[in-house]
Design a protein around this ligand. Structure first.
Ligand code: HEM
Ligand code: HEM
Length: 185
C-alpha cells in the first residue's frame, strides 16, 4: 500500500527563501522578547547599556517588519504546500486564522513600537546608521503611555499566537504525524 510519503502527501515543502525567512524571523523575535523583557523587567539602569539595548531592540524590530514585507512578496510568488487531504476542517480554519494573525501582529507591532519610542521623544537611529523618520514626533505622556500599553498588548498577543502555533506544530508532528512540520524544515 502506498504510504502518505510515496503518495506525495506531506512531502512538499515551502520554498527555501520562505523557510529561511521563517526561521530567521523566529530567531529575531525570540531575541526581541529577551531584549524587550530585559529593558522593561530587569532594569539595566540608566546609561550606555540601556541605550544600547533599546537601540538593538528597536533596530531588530524594524528588521522583522522588513522581513515580513519581503515574506509576503515571496509567499505570493512561491505559494504554500497543501495540508494533507484528511486534515480536519477545524484544523485548517484554526491554522489559517493563526497564521493570518501572526502576519498581522508582526506587521503592526513594529509600527506601534516605533510610534511608542517617538511619542516618548526618542527618534530611532537604526543600528546607528540610518535616522528613521518619526511619523508622530513627541507626544503628551498619556499618549506615549497608551502606545507603550499597546506595544505590551501586542507582545502578549504574539506570545499567545506563538504558543498555539507551536502547539499546532506539535499536534502535527507528534499526534497526526502527517509530515506538515517538514513543510517548514
Ligand atoms: C517567532 C516565531 C514564529 C513565527 C512568527 C512563525 C510564523 C509562521 C507563519 C506566519 C507561518 C505561515 C507561513 C505561510 O503559509 O505563509 C508559519 C508556518 C509554519 N511554522 Fe511557524 N512561526 C514561528 C515559529 C515556529 C516554530 C517554533 C515552529 C515549530 C515548532 C514552527 C513551525 C511551523 C510550521 C511547521 C509551519 C508550516 C505549516 C503548514 O505547512 O501549514 N514555527 N509560521
Ligand atoms: C515584532 C517586533 C517587536 C516585538 C515582538 C517587540 C516586543 C517587545 C517586548 C516583549 C517588550 C517588553 C514588554 C513591554 O512591551 O513592556 C518591548 C518593549 C519595548 N519595545 Fe518592542 N517589540 C518589537 C518591535 C519594536 C520596535 C520596532 C520598536 C521601536 C522602534 C520597539 C520599541 C520598544 C520600546 C520603546 C519598549 C520599552 C517599553 C515601552 O515603552 O513600550 N519595539 N517590545
Amino acid at each position: 500500500m502506498a504510504s502518505r510519503r510515496t503518495a506525495g502527501f506531506g512531502t512538499q515543502r515551502y520554498a527555501l527563501a520562505m523557510r529561511a525567512i521563517h526561521w530567521l524571523t523566529a530567531a529575531l523575535v525570540l531575541l526581541l522578547f529577551v531584549l524587550g523583557g530585559w529593558i522593561v523587567y530587569f532594569d539595566p539602569g540608566d546609561g550606555p547599556l540601556k541605550d544600547e539595548l533599546y537601540n538593538l531592540h528597536q533596530s531588530i524590530g524594524i528588521c522583522v517588519w522588513l522581513l515580513v514585507l519581503l515574506r509576503i512578496v515571496v509567499r505570493l510568488a512561491t505559494g504554500a504546500p497543501r495540508l494533507p487531504p484528511d486534515t480536519p476542517g477545524i484544523v485548517r480554519v484554526l491554522a489559517t486564522l493563526n497564521q493570518a494573525a501572526l502576519y498581522l501582529v508582526l506587521l503592526v507591532q513594529p509600527i506601534v513600537g516605533l510610534m511608542d519610542t517617538n511619542a516618548w521623544g526618542f527618534p530611532l537611529d537604526w543600528f546607528g546608521l540610518v535616522r528613521v523618520p518619526s511619523p508622530i514626533g513627541k507626544q503628551a505622556d498619556a499618549v506615549a503611555q497608551s502606545l507603550s500599553d499597546l506595544h505590551w498588548f501586542g507582545a502578549l498577543a504574539l506570545l499567545l499566537l506563538l504558543g498555539s502555533h507551536i502547539a499546532g506544530a506539535l499536534y502535527h508532528g507528534l499526534i497526526r504525524r502527517d509530515g506538515v512540520v517538514r513543510h517548514m524544515v
